[in-house]
Structures are given as C-alpha cells and as structure tokens.
Design a protein around this ligand. Structure first.
Ligand SMILES: [Fe+2]
Ligand SMILES: [Fe+2]
Length: 329
C-alpha cells in the first residue's frame, strides 16, 4: 500500500517544483524586525514607548490567545520533524536538492519568522510573563507532537493542508481582535503571518488535489482517516509546569472569543470537501466509497452538534493563566 503511495507521490515531483513558486525568496520576504522598533535607531526609546502604549490596549483574553498561537509557532522543530517522516515528500539527506526537500526547508524557514516575530512582540510589549511562556515552549518541544498521520504521505498532506488553513484562520482572527481593541501594529503582524499560511495551505492542498486525481480511492480514505482522528492540534501537548489541562484552557479561551471555533473547524472541512471535489468522485468502491459517504455526511452531523458544543464551552469556568501572572480568563 505504502509502495503504491510512494510511487504516486514521487511521480508528482512536477507539482512539488511548481509549489516552490509559492515560497518567497529571502530577498522579498518580510523579517520580524520590519514590524518592531529598531533598537539601533536614535529614536528607539520613543518607538518602544509607542509600541508599548499600543499593546496596553490588549485585553487579557487576547493576550492568552496570542501566547497560545505564539507557543504553537515556536514548536516548529516538531513540525519539520513530522513532515520529514513522510516518505516521498520529505528531505532525505537534510540538504537535498529534490523539489520536496527544498519545499520542506523553504516552508520551515518562512515559518520560523512567525514564532520569532510574535515572541519578540510579546517580549517587547511587557504585557506577559515571558519566563512562564518560555517554560511552556520548552515543555512543548520536549513533549513533542503526533499528528497521527502514521508516517503516511497522503495522511500527512491532508493533515498539513487542514492545519495551514486552520492557522491562517486563527492568525486572521487574532489580528481582527487586535485591531478592534485599537492595537493596529499587532493587527498588521497577524495579517502578515496569515498571508504566509495562505501560501503554504495553497501548496499542500494543490498537491493533495493531484493525489485525488491520481489515486482517488487512496486520497479519500486518507481524508476520512484524518477527519476521524479529529485533526489533533499542533500544540496539544503544551504545558506550563503547573496546569495539566493548559491546552484545553487555551482552546476554550480561543473558542469563547471567536478565534478558532467549532464553526471554523466545520467551515474548514467544508472548504476541503469542495476543493478536492469529494462529492463528485465517481466509481469508488468498498472502503473508499464508505469514506466518501462518511465525509459528505460529516458537515451535517457536526453542524447539529456545534451549537450545543459552543454553548457548553461558553458556560465553562475561567482559568488562571501563568502567562499573564496568574490572572483568570
Ligand atoms: Fe506559522
Ligand atoms: Fe503554517
């Protein structure tokens, strides 16, 4: 089974080469410094002061959500490791010239700026307990990340397509909340990061679309498999040294503030059902036909539960977060 998948994935290296155009050259890329006060400038004190005044407008809930998304970005080593375990689309040597290897490293190099920028922003604003945040990052990287793709390239590409879209949505929403609170610098930062995630999503989902053409049965089973496993969130093993349910507390805060909600998850599934034309797949039999039916049924099934799940989440109690000096959110 894996041999067939490996053969198909390898035969699509033209797509991998095309995908490289979605990455920006280093010369045309933004860098974290472009958004933050330049501390070598004479006006650094005033620039810093201005940034801190803007960030004073951020409410606690938004700070918690921002720390959660930053910590998620900072666990980048786990994501590259996960991607490089996927046979056929990985980087076999660590510096290979193969198109997928170039993508894996180019993608990582772009992603690396996300954690850097959010980390420096939070540090500079003085709004959070940076040490508690750093402890969380170290724990998270030590704990690791298992997206449950079983090192299967189809599963891995489905997972990454959905995940890039999910991060795009959450960065966009954090940015909108920041703007609403009157903090336009953070609004701009999050919108810019979301723009990167959008290009990455495009790469993964186009590649998966080619797999849907070349091996519809294998592709649809992979999509169903990953949906059934509920798309594990990348930072679900986060820990601050005190709260064993930190990740649920963080996702609950996000859900309550409309950042990454059950509705968002549903919309993401809908998007991929349409994009990969799952409903139009013809002539599937056995396991694949069953997977197709289950996927098409899922939005309706989930849709029925969304209201109930949202109401239950909104009724949950507040949690103190070490990230914001133990204040409850
Ligand atoms: Fe990112
Ligand atoms: Fe990403």
């Amino acid at each position: 089974m894996l041999d067939k998948k490996l053969e198909i994935v390898s035969s699509l290296s033209d797509q991998a080469r095309t995908n490289l155009d979605l990455l920006k050259s280093v010369e045309e890329s933004w860098q974290p410094t472009d958004f933050l006060p330049d501390l070598t400038k004479e006006s650094w004190r005033e620039d810093l002061q201005k940034l801190r005044e803007g960030a004073a407008a951020l409410p606690d809930a938004l700070l918690v959500i921002l720390v959660g998304t930053m910590v998620t970005e900072e666990a980048l080593p786990s994501y590259q490791t996960s991607f490089n375990r996927l046979p056929g689309v990985n980087d076999p040597t660590g510096a290979s010239a193969e198109p997928w290897a170039q993508w894996s490293r180019g993608w990582t190099a772009e992603e690396n700026r996300h954690g850097d920028l959010l980390n420096r922003y939070l540090y500079t604003t003085g709004r959070v307990d940076m040490r508690a945040v750093e402890v969380t990052i170290q724990h998270l990287i030590r704990n690791g990340f298992d997206p449950l793709h079983d090192n299967d390239p189809y599963n891995g590409l489905v997972y990454t397509s959905l995940q890039e879209r999910a991060t795009k949505v959450s960065h966009q929403k954090v940015g909108q909340l920041a703007k609403k609170a009157g903090e336009s610098v953070l609004g701009q930062i999050c919108a810019t990061i979301a723009g990167d995630e959008a290009r990455h999503e495009e790469g993964y989902k186009r590649f998966m679309a080619r797999i849907f053409e070349a091996d519809p049965s294998g592709a649809v089973v992979a999509f169903q498999t990953m949906l059934e496993r509920n798309i594990v969130m990348p930072a679900n093993l986060m820990y601050d040294g005190q709260n064993p349910t930190l990740f649920s507390a963080f996702s609950l805060t996000a859900q309550k503030n409309g950042v990454y909600t059950f509705e968002d998850y549903l919309l993401i599934i809908d998007h991929f059902i349409d994009y990969w034309k799952v409903k139009d797949l013809k002539g599937l039999t056995g396991e694949a036909a069953e997977a197709q039916d289950k996927i098409c049924e899922m939005p309706r099934q989930l849709g029925r539960r969304v209201k109930f799940m949202s109401a239950r989440a909104n009724a949950k109690n507040v949690t103190p977060f070490l990230w914001i000096h133990g204040r409850p959110v």
